[in-house]
Design a protein around this ligand. Structure first.
Ligand code: 0X9
Ligand code: ZN
Length: 414
């Protein structure tokens, strides 16, 4: 009889060996190359896609930053017209990101290290608990794997829900870890400076803030447990063994326009099978529509990395801009100046499609048109490629501080 007690244990042991879990991807020795593709040669991009472990700036067209295993370096270099090494060993760069810090109640030192997803949730709960009279935890639907898209709603003297909305989304792309930190810093500044800094009090009293540091939680967790360079969500399709939709190609506005996203499930920019068919997008779309219908959206920011850009609509058409494009430019220009005044970091500003590349089904086109937001921007934070997504922990504080200066300048004029 006694041996029966062991049966479930042995069974689980057998299952554990029969179904291998995803092993963590080891990037030691992998290089980042900046490659220039030949013009008009059919199929080169597809070959690069197969040979590269990851494309870091998918959509860039002629000039791509790619992560390549030592075995594939020669084949990729042969396909390119030009190639330069921008990181010799990306495994080493990941080591510079530093260890996750063990959790402590929020303080400014939170912004000196990267953190686990669970600690990010705890940070939000603790921050909210410290300012319970003017904030609450909010959710916007659930991810593929059932995680609640979690954020914080902050209000000022007018009371909860009385002012136009300001909406911040972070960590749309899983590997862009600096985005999580920058978006949390905004919530941190708004709450901790409210009683001592008149300019912060003024903006908190003017708007209701809805701040979502991680809108792609499954991807974010996967980038921490398994593949540091994961970008998309973790949704499967029956037609392919490849995983993930690009949440920033799935919004239901101009989703069907060709050229700004991929229909290949293995691509970094896979748009999904239908507009808004990613659960994360369903939750975010409902959030945007709800805020539009409540008090309207004054400012929407989608915080990404890297490249140091401030971009406004549209992504889907390089010849179109919103009717208030001049006002978009003026706020972006002031924000870029505020950023460089803090630290000298230089940002490029402009309409998204013509300044960077075309995207369809992206967040800011949706918030501008369907969400009727007055202002919609994508920020691409530090740097311009030296570290890319693996920005060292030693740069977190400087990055979040300069970003906050840019965002505060926007809030004051919005
Ligand atoms: O491709 C994206 O979704 C964004 N860049 S990232 O490297 N963070 O993935 C850029 C979106 C901005 N929109 C356009 N460039 N059209
Ligand atoms: Zn991104």
């Amino acid at each position: 009889m006694k041996s029966l007690l062991w049966t479930p244990f042995l069974l689980s042991l057998a299952l554990a060996t029969a179904i291998p879990r995803d092993a963590k991807v080891d990037y030691n020795g992998y290089k980042v190359l900046r490659i220039e593709l030949p013009k008009d040669v059919v199929g080169v991009e597809a070959q690069i896609n197969d040979l590269a472990a990851h494309i870091l700036n998918p959509g860039k067209g002629k000039q791509l930053d790619v992560v390549v295993s030592p075995d594939n370096i020669d084949s990729i270099t042969e396909l390119a017209v030009n190639s330069t090494i921008i990181a010799d060993d990306i495994g080493e760069a990941f080591a510079e990101e530093g260890e996750f810090a063990s959790y402590a109640v929020p303080s400014e030192t939170w912004f000196t290290a990267y953190h686990s997803y669970n600690d990010h949730l705890q940070f939000l709960r603790d921050l909210q608990g410290g300012f319970a009279g003017q904030s609450e935890i909010i959710t916007a639907g659930t991810s593929v794997q059932g995680r609640a898209l979690t954020g914080i709603h902050i209000w000022g003297s007018g009371g909860k829900g009385s002012k136009p909305a300001v909406l911040f989304h972070g960590t749309v792309h899983a590997r862009e870890w600096i985005s999580t930190m920058a978006v949390e810093y905004m919530a941190w500044q708004l709450l901790t400076k409210y009683s001592t800094d008149a300019s912060v009090k003024a903006v908190v009293d003017k708007f209701d803030f809805y701040i979502m540091p991680v809108v792609n939680p499954d991807g974010f967790v996967y980038s921490q447990t398994t593949d540091r360079l994961w970008r998309k969500n973790r949704q499967t399709v029956s037609s392919s063994s490849c995983v993930g939709r690009d949440i920033n190609r799935n919004w239901p506005y101009k989703w069907e326009v060709p050229g700004g996203a991929s229909t290949n499930p293995c691509s970094e920019t896979f748009k999904g099978l239908a507009p808004g068919d990613a659960p994360e997008n369903k939750g975010l779309v409902a959030q945007v529509n709800q805020l539009r219908d409540l008090r309207g959206i004054r400012l929407y920011l989608d915080i990404h990395s890297y490249g140091q850009y401030i971009l406004w609509p549209y992504g889907y058409n390089c010849n179109l801009q919103p009717e208030n494009a001049a006002a978009h430019r003026s706020l972006a220009s002031a924000a870029a100046s505020a950023i460089s005044a803090v630290s000298g970091t230089r940002y490029t500003i402009g309409p998204a499609c013509s300044t960077l590349y075309a995207t369809t089904g992206d967040s800011t086109d949706y918030t501008d048109v369907t969400g009727q937001a007055t202002y919609s921007y994508t920020y691409e934070l530090r740097d311009t490629g030296r570290y890319g997504f693996s920005l060292p922990a030693s740069q977190i504080q400087a990055t979040v501080r300069e970003t906050w200066a840019g965002v505060l300048s926007m809030l004051r004029s919005a």
